[in-house]
Design a protein around this ligand. Structure first.
Ligand SMILES: [Cu+2]
Length: 159
């Protein structure tokens, strides 16, 4: 940058150079952000846990509007010690949860986390969640991408 400045001794050019440098600085972080903007999250909510319980399920829908497949590998929240991905499965009339390590989304694909199906499980809640509370959550994708979401706590009976 110094050598470029030296080759342009005329003062009127300096503001343009400065503007170019500023633009470079502004544009530089774009690739990382672009990856985030290829993911849309809608309707994130948490079912209020039963009193005394320190786990809660998070539901949301996620859409990949980008041109590359993405892989959801986990989540974290300041409201919980740990967040896991679960899937509810029915077998022999019993419903149980099993852990999911990753959820892939092809370009254009959507995935729903809904009651009775996939969900994010908050473990070790830091405090009792109140209806109407907004809980921050960061979805983590392969490649170091994080998507910040706010989930609304809804009543226990909500579906
Ligand atoms: Cu679960």
């Amino acid at each position: 940058m110094k050598t470029v400045a030296l080759r342009l001794p005329r003062l009127p050019l300096a503001p343009q150079l400065l503007l170019a440098l500023l633009l470079l600085c502004v544009l530089a972080p774009l690739p990382a952000r672009a990856a985030d903007s290829n993911l849309l999250v809608a309707g994130a909510w948490i079912r209020q846990p039963t009193p005394g319980s320190d786990v809660a399920a998070v539901y949301l829908s996620l859409e990949n509007v980008g041109t590359r497949a993405v892989k959801l590998i986990g989540a974290e929240s300041p409201a919980a010690a740990m967040v896991m991905m679960h899937e509810t499965v029915e077998s022999g009339g019993q419903s149980r949860m099993r852990a999911l390590n990753a959820v892939w989304l092809a370009p254009g694909a959507s995935v729903a986390f809904t009651p009775g199906g996939r969900h994010l499980m908050l473990h070790g809640l830091t405090h009792p969640l109140q209806v109407g509370e907004r809980v921050p959550l960061a979805l983590e994708f392969a490649g170091g991408i994080k998507l910040h979401v706010v989930a609304l706590v809804r009543p226990l009976g909500a579906g």
